[in-house]
Write a protein that binds this ligand. Structure first.
Ligand code: THU
Length: 157
């Protein structure tokens, strides 16, 4: 199914799933809770939350949790992600944009001009952007492959 143009209903469903995922956030160090809901090309929703660690470095963002869950289950085609983040104990009060590392992880699996990123301040106040807007002029897997022309043709098809 082509869900590159999400309906308002589809967006709301994704936002609800991200809000629910945020409730699972393990963030005893930053006390900043993030939830993400990743929409697959065949319309499944894979959620993730941030998972922190006492050694700080091994902490994982909500977006990457969702991507790694999906990829580890064999899913590699995605159309959108909704992200909600705010300090612990609060409802969502701010737009939480994905960090640079998460944008690059998205770039690995998603077509930048197609993949949609939904940042959310409240259920009725959200912004929809493409990955290309948030990560312009990016470096991706096709840079490392032989025969880049062939690869570009495959993407266009
Ligand atoms: N965090 C995310 O989960 N996603 C982002 O894109 C930005 C930051 C998490 C990481 C850490 O657990 C907390 O928010 C504070 O940085």
């Amino acid at each position: 199914m082509d869900n590159s143009h999400l309906s308002q209903e589809g967006i709301k469903k994704l936002i609800t799933a991200a809000i629910e995922a945020r409730r699972k956030s393990y963030s005893p160090y930053s006390h900043y809770q993030v939830g993400a809901a990743l929409l697959t090309a065949d319309d499944k929703i894979i959620t993730g939350c941030n998972v922190e660690n006492a050694a700080y470095g091994p902490s994982n963002c909500a977006e990457r949790t969702a991507f790694f869950k999906a990829v580890s289950e064999g899913i590699r085609d995605f159309s959108a992600i909704a992200i909600v983040g705010s300090p612990e104990g609060e409802a969502i009060t701010q737009f939480a944009y994905p960090c640079g590392v998460c944008r690059q992880v998205m770039r690995e699996f998603c077509e930048p001009s197609q993949f949609q990123i939904i940042v959310v301040k409240s259920e009725d106040d959200y912004r929809v952007m493409t990955l290309a807007e948030l990560l312009p002029e990016s470096f991706g897997p096709e840079n490392l492959r032989d025969g880049n022309e062939h690869c570009e043709k495959e993407q266009e098809a």
